[in-house]
Design a protein around this ligand. Sequence first.
Ligand code: ATP
Ligand code: MG
Length: 585
Amino acid sequence: MKSSNSNPDHDQNKEQKETHPPGAPALSSHFIKEIIQEDLRTNKWGGRVQTRFPPEPNGYLHIGHAKSICLNFGTAAEFGGKCNLRFDDTNPSKEEVEYVDSIKEDVRWLGFDWEDRLFFASDYFEQMYEYAVQLVKQGRAFVCDLSADEITQYRGTLTEPGKESPYRNRSVEENLDLFERMRKGEFPNGARVLRAKIDMASPNLNLRDPIMYRIVHAEHHRTGNQWCIYPTYDWAHGLEDSIEGITHSICTLEFEDHRPLYDWYLDQLGVYHPRQIEFARLNLNYTVMSKRKLLRLVQEKYVSGWDDPRMPTICGFRRRGYTPESIRVFADKIGVAKRDSVVDFALLEHCLREDLNKWAPRVMGVLRPLKVIIDNYPEDSVEELEAVNNPEDPAAGMRKVPFSRELYIEQDDFREEPPKGFFRLSPGKEVRLRYAYIIKCESVVKDEKTGEVKELHCTYDSETKSGSAGADRKVKATLHWVSASHAIEAEVRLYEHLFIIPDPDDVPEGTDFTANLNPKSLEVLKSCRVEPSLADAKPKDRYQFERLGYFCVDLDSTKEKLVFNRTVTLRDEWAKMEKKQKENK
Ligand code: ATP
Ligand code: MG
């Protein structure tokens, strides 16, 4: 049996959790897997499955990206394939090294490994340029001198065809010369662009002579000042996929209309041609997921940073105490669809509880302490009581919890005038203290001025100790508690959703999503008390505080001052909804 202060049981559990590789729980099927299975059956790609996760390093990853990561890495792994991590760093002005590092950390934390397949789109700039020259030579691309506004005007609308650019019929020689001079830096930003020559009357606007290169005199985080023309997403993305030998290029639905262009470029060049497949992006209620909005929350200090535990970023969830396992299971459960929908946050929390429930050690902590003095308990006596570390896991064993004459219970667990149905402590009533005795409230001491309850005087029934013969006596409630002189003071941060309504973008005229921020999304409790077995708790350690939820030691925590985040409460709204649905069937 383990002593109460060092808690090796607890330690084992967590290290294991952080590095645990993606397990192989029965994964659910979806239409992308069906496509891959069919391709394997027909040997379309020579038996290969090669996917990629292609973030643009212009922000931190969020839970939506996690879905894409699990889909790309997870599906490849399931079919014995590989997934590349590719930074789509084609846009020089918005991208930063800080983001590259955070993205790598997040993908690794989720449990995935790109091995030696870390790529940067910027490494292909020369190759892309050569492909562009090839299209010019084929008469399929031209240098256009129209301004950005003019290009928009010439583009037409969904109901009207576009108009051809007056520069469309330049000779191949002139185009080659101008394109080369664009590259050399002879022209200012916006002076010219390279465009594909496709069809200005196409019903698909993406095919109306789309832009391939823009002049942007800006330093790039990897290529420095080597380039002053940068490829557009549509031009670059298929080439990146082609160069890497991707088989299934999985992207979100908004690229469905771009697929004909993706295909056109690769067909014109006659190069290796992956298949693009679109799926519905993840939307979560009570959450914004646009990078621009997340950046505003950080810059305008609505949150403490990208990893604020209320943020839907992967680093925010990590700091909050989420496990990679729970996010992977969530990604599997929500499935992969062709139509957009909004997923209930309660499902994500449900997946988290299911995971933590299995292995998080149980402990006792009191958030809003109320002093209890047990008048008939010997003054200097301390008993070490046996407590179960995890009822879900017998191997987790037991620990000792000190019990003494002065304790703390939760303020909420006492009512001087109990309303109907309140079975916790009140004057003259009895409750059981978890792992200890039945106590009875005899009297209440109040602050003379404010009338606030200061402490409770109780008596205990020495015959009712847990585990003893007298423990059978039933009372209606069991409370958690800590011994006043043994407990450790801690700060606890409680969270609610960052937004007060399910759709944060639903705002009155003249305001924006910040109008829907929840003013109560963070509550800091400075003088909580936790049991002494937590003395050695380290950042990222996770526990269930009995009756209160799952908690995670925050990065701000020190030896002197323990700081916890409440990761999630114990109330499983999702399980309740599921139960109700079943009953209604
Ligand atoms: P941007 O507007 O900056 O392009 P983005 O969210 O598309 O933002 P990327 O870095 O381009 O960011 O995304 C990387 C990958 O993650 C892409 O393949 C993208 O489709 C996918 N992705 C982004 N958001 C979601 C989401 N909410 N659900 C599922 N996949 C997503
Ligand atoms: Mg994108």
